[in-house]
Design a protein around this ligand. Structure first.
Ligand code: ATP
Ligand SMILES: Nc1ccn([C@@H]2O[C@H](COP(=O)(O)O)[C@@H](O)[C@H]2O)c(=O)n1
Length: 253
């Protein structure tokens, strides 16, 4: 086969003429003074659309008792996300009775953050299972990343294989959080819904989670909510934010 024939066959096999014509059309349509830029953007968008969809992840953060789980349940019900709570997965793993289970138990009571190697394994297994069994593409990862160790572990293990759409952050003052958690503690059976653990969890949130939120603010990914309002008021804002996030994801992927 000659070089010209080879080139022709390649162009035909990969629709190169059609792709290039569409890029040229979009530059001409816009009468852009920078056609190369318009064409490059058009080609990139076309490439992204032709790739298999990366699942969308939204992280959910806020102090203990800020209403993360409550809002996540509503997002699941109304917008079809899969909810993965790092805390729930760790509590489930704790039941295993292994040495790792005992370690998790101790960390939870002390309000400390479990090393990311443990947490990320549980999170990824749950994401893979939901994707494989139900082809789920929308995930809420609740209570993660809680510190810089969590963040580094996510970046190293997951990187860009999942698309981080945003970070939902619920702000509530400690006085209200304490009241909520002590009330919840009357029936939750949680070993950390007592005043000693609650104080420790507040300290961990301030010293370890706040820097993670600041990091994501610098990337313009944070959506903050006043979580001290009623559940329905918080939900109204949460819903519109998450709907916008999904719309952007659908249009770009
Ligand atoms: N906006 C709200 N107003 C009043 N009470 C709320 C509100 N949101 C949640 N609650 C209540 O506060 C308690 C804590 O809420 P939730 O479990 O959703 O918080 P969380 O952030 O997931 O907590 P944690 O991090 O400890 O798991 C629950 O008993 C819940 O019913
Ligand atoms: N990324 C995480 C999340 C949670 N933990 C531990 O679980 C406790 C409870 O978490 P909730 O989100 O359910 O409040 C938390 O205080 C930590 O001890 C963790 O280690 N890492």
């Amino acid at each position: 086969m000659s070089l010209a024939e080879d080139v022709n066959a390649y162009m035909h096999a990969h629709n190169i003429l059609e792709i290039t014509q569409a890029a040229i059309k979009s530059a001409v349509k816009q009468r852009s003074p920078t056609p190369a830029q318009v064409m490059a953007e058009h080609l990139l968008a076309a490439h992204r659309k032709s790739q298999p969809k990366r699942p969308l992840v939204a992280f959910v953060l806020g102090g203990p008792g800020a209403g993360k789980g409550t809002q996540c349940a509503k997002i699941v019900e109304s917008l079809g996300f899969v909810h993965l709570s790092a805390g729930d997965l760790l509590r489930e793993e704790r039941k295993s009775g292994s040495a790792q289970g005992a370690m998790i138990d101790e960390f939870i009571k002390e309000g400390k953050i479990v090393p990311v190697e443990v947490t990320i394994k549980l999170l990824l297994a749950a994401i893979e299972k939901a994707d494989r069994l139900h082809n789920s593409k929308l995930f809420l990862v609740d209570g993660f990343p809680r510190n810089t160790n969590n963040l580094a572990g996510w970046q190293k293990t997951v990187g860009d294989t999942l698309l981080l759409g945003g970070v939902l952050v619920y702000n509530v003052e400690e006085r209200i959080l304490e009241e909520r958690l002590l009330e919840r503690g009357k029936s939750s059976g949680r070993t950390d819904d007592n005043i000693e653990s609650i104080k420790k969890r507040f300290n961990t949130f301030k010293s370890e989670t706040t820097p993670v939120i600041e990091y994501y603010k610098c990337l313009d990914l944070v959506h903050e909510f006043d979580g001290a309002r009623s559940i329905d008021e918080v939900w109204t804002d949460t819903k519109s934010t998450v709907q916008a996030m999904v719309a952007k994801y659908e249009s770009e992927n």
